[in-house]
Design a protein around this ligand. Sequence first.
Ligand SMILES: [Zn+2]
Length: 597
Amino acid sequence: MPSIPTRPNVVFVLLDAVRADRFGGWGNPNPTTPNLDALARAGIRFARHYANSHATRASMPQLMSGRYYHPDVLRGFEPFSNPSEYPFRERDGSVLLPELLRQHGYEVLGVSAHPWVVGDCPLGQGFHRLDFLPAEPSRGHVDAASVVDRAIGLWRDRARDRPAFLYVHVMDLHIPRWLPNSEVLFLPPGVAWRERFTEGSIPRFGHRRRFWDPVDARDFTPADRAIFAAFYDTSLAYTDAQLARLLDVLRSEDADLLSSVVAIVADHGEDLGEEGRTSHSDSLTDGVQHIPFILAGAGLEGGQRVEAFSENVDVVPTLARLLNLETPLGAFDGRPLVEADAHRLSREDRPGVFYAWLEYQAVRTRTSLLRLDAEGAPEAVCRGRREVLWRLDGSARREVGLTGPAVREAEALRAALLQRLAGPEARFFETLRHAPTQSLFVPPRYWRVADGVPVTCHRIGADTRPGDLRVPGWHYARQGFFLSAGGCRDLEVTVATPDGPYEVDVGVVPLGRPPRLFKFHLWLRRAFRDAAPERFVPLGAHTARECRLTVAIPEAAVSGHRLVTLRLTPAGARAEAPPPDEEDEHHARLRALGYVE
Ligand SMILES: [Zn+2]
């Protein structure tokens, strides 16, 4: 092992919700990122780098561990209601970047604008110091100027007898996107953007539509999309200028970055109205998945541009190789993007990148994208098949039917996907090893419906009509099941949970009788808006085996109700109410960020 002082410092910038194609260096005609583009020219620009999933909670654990799938490592969000967040999951031989660097003698410092990336969570515990900068709750997040000011302060005060790691998490590109100086750049003069959007880039129109689905942008005109993208570019240019101040401080001590590595990466991107969506839902579009990755400093040859695919699980293994850190065999699923001598790029050619989350697996090659939903997942049951195949043209895509040659193509992609992800998925499943001691709540999006149960699906919204909901049988809408008419078979569902006996009940919201015409939309709001159960219907004792618990929900027991959660109470424990929504600053901040309603 080389002596510790020879190791370079590391500055790691996490750009939340930043997509690659808005960077100048990635082809945006607007000069959004002159400073980060210059950094990329002084180092390596990974032109085809992808996030492994669509949102912070799903993506950060994969980025920070170098593993597909991973128990959650952020501050709690919906305790006990998401199988990746079960507190008794084991981390199982993995190591997170901050703790890896700490083990190798680094002083581990950080500043974060994200209310989930804080000192008091598994990711934060690896830091000697991680400062969360809280915004005024209605703003959601502080801006890059405050984050960079604190980062510069931490950098100047760092210990000089050992290498330092500085983590900098900026949120300016996450909604709400606040305009620096109340001005939208990159718009033709005279565009009346204030009539269409607030200063936080929230549309002033379509409230009924976005009441049901905040990311629905099907009503954006081309001009609205241009304004929305200009907001984004404005925030990106501002972030770039702020980060330039931090890079100047680094260079004032180390002009050619000979003893520092700078990594710039994102956790996911953002839809900007293409395909009728904003924000970062699991659309798996390139807008959400294709992100920037820049590495510079510490002897890396400048001017390199990598056209081969890379993905977020490669970032930590690449840093580990660059910094010459010993890691246990099998610690990572990702592969280093530099050769063993650490300065030459890997020549490995990769056919594509992989997306992994509880609800989907996907593989993206240069020409195609295949999404595979979990077997029995509500969306797959609704669609009648698990797979969707798109043909890609640049960053645009077109869904293709699974007929003719597309069948064989989908089979080949699916085989590649299973070869890469089946092992990590099974390993993740096995982390459900410890018995819980209190009730677990599993919302329907994580239920797996037994074969052969027909389900009708709806996108509830302003254009929903009474007749839509009267089709006999089971329905799925707004992440809940309900029944229309009788004579249905039981809804048999399976959920993942540690082995053992449980008392099971289902949390429901009463629907009442829908009015035929008038007041239908009032009823719809009352019946479908809220996801909190009003009461629980007992379903008896069940035993989980091989980490799966199956329960049949009888029609008679839940008729006239919407099913919004399963409650599993381990034998011997007392059934608990779901954790209440905290009405505090943290909650208000999460609402501003669009995480809760
Ligand atoms: Zn994020």
